[in-house]
Structure formats: C-alpha cells, structure tokens
Design a protein around this ligand. Structure first.
Ligand SMILES: C[S@@+](CC[C@H](N)C(=O)[O-])C[C@H]1O[C@@H](n2cnc3c(N)ncnc32)[C@H](O)[C@@H]1O
Length: 198
C-alpha cells in the first residue's frame, strides 16, 4: 500500500470481524462462491486476502483438496490458522507470494480485490500461480454504475485504498495478463467474476 493511503484497520478488527458488519455481509459471498467454485478432490485452492478463514472453512467442508490462504495482516492470519488448523495459511501480500509457478487449480479473492493496493501486481502473481486452464474467482460487491462511481470518488477523496468494478471492468483489468472472462454470477449485492488462465 502506498504509505500516504489509509486501509480498513483489519489488524484491529480481526477478532470481531466474523460477527461484525463485514463478516455478516460476507456470508452472501460465501454462499455464492460455494455454488460457483468448481473443485474436485485432489485440486489445490488459494484464498488471497483470506481474512479469518471463514470462506476456506466453508469451501473445504465437504471436499478433499489442498487449501491455502494468505493475508497481509498478522491478526487475520492468526484467526484463520486457529479456524483452519489443517490448512496452510501464511502472512503474505497478494502481489508477492511464497508459492511456486503453476501451483493452484483455483484462486479466490473474496471481498478482498478492491482492497489490494497493487492490483496489476496481483494480476501478474495470479497468472504465475495458476495452472493453465485454472480459474481465478473475484468476488466483490456488485454496485450499480452511479453508486460505484460515487463510492470510488469518495475513496479517492479520503485517500482510502479501495476501488469497485463491474464485471466488464474486472475482466479488462486481467485480460493483459492472460485471463479470459469465463463467466460471472451474482446474488443481490454479491458478484463473482470467473477468469480463466489461458
Ligand atoms: C474485507 S476482508 C475479507 C476477508 C475474507 N476474504 C472474507 O471474505 O471473509 C479483506 C481482507 O483482505 C486483506 N488484504 C488487504 N490487502 C491485501 C493484500 N495486498 N494482500 C493480502 N491480503 C490483503 C485484509 O487484511 C483483509 O483480511
């Protein structure tokens, strides 16, 4: 994050996150992702900006695959490790991770991509980490055009890291990194954009 911009203070809110406003709002995203993320036994999944691990716990409830999570905040990583002790959860930035090339069949970023301060860096890293044909799932709020533009303007004005995108805007941000739009889904304010690595 550029040093002159503010973040959302996730370090201070980690222990109360799941039962707070964002944790409750996120449940709609988890339900949508449980329907949309296609995983089979033996596959590997990375959750980028995994927070407290609530999504990983749900996605991994009834399927045997390798699950990994990263988050930039130590307090979130501690929560996720406690919740998902059998998974590999690490402290890491979205744009620079400790994993090998072609490590994952699927990557999810749930309510997280809009927070990433280096979005091009994340796109490049996701392309490096995914196997050919692997899917990147970007789950972020679905906001109508005028509200999205107003929110983005306010975030810029108050120098807070955050920016929201439509399905088409999201796809265009990844197209230069070897991703094609393979579908999208939404439920109310929850949107999932599916991007396939060529
Ligand atoms: C709104 S929370 C969502 C947490 C979780 N994905 C969920 O849906 O419950 C956003 C998370 O992204 C993390 N985050 C923000 N920027 C990040 C970055 N550059 N790299 C990794 N994690 C990041 C935050 O620390 C926070 O835990």
């Amino acid at each position: 994050m550029s040093s002159d911009k503010k973040d959302f203070k996730f370090s201070k809110r980690a222990s109360a996150y799941d039962d707070g406003f964002e944790g409750k709002a996120s449940r709609k995203f988890y339900q949508l992702l449980q329907k949309e993320v296609a995983l089979k036994p033996g596959m590997s999944l990375l959750d980028v900006g995994c927070g407290t691990g609530a999504l990983l716990q749900k996605l991994c409830a009834d399927c045997a695959f390798s699950a990994y999570g990263i988050d930039i905040k130590k307090a979130m990583v501690e929560q996720a490790k406690a919740k998902c002790p059998e998974m590999d959860i690490r402290l890491s930035r979205s744009e620079q991770t400790p994993f090998d090339d072609n490590s994952f069949d699927a990557i999810v970023a749930c309510m997280a991509y809009h927070h990433f301060s280096d979005k091009p860096g994340f796109a490049q890293e996701a392309a490096r980490l995914l196997k050919p044909g692997g899917i990147l799932y970007i789950a972020d709020p679905r906001l109508p055009f005028p509200i999205r533009k107003a929110m983005n303007g306010l975030l810029r004005l108050f120098r807070v890291v955050g920016e929201f995108f439509s399905v088409e805007e999201t796809a265009s941000r990844f197209s230069g990194y070897g991703f094609s739009l393979s579908g999208y889904a939404y439920d109310g304010y929850a949107q999932v954009v599916k991007l396939q690595k060529d």
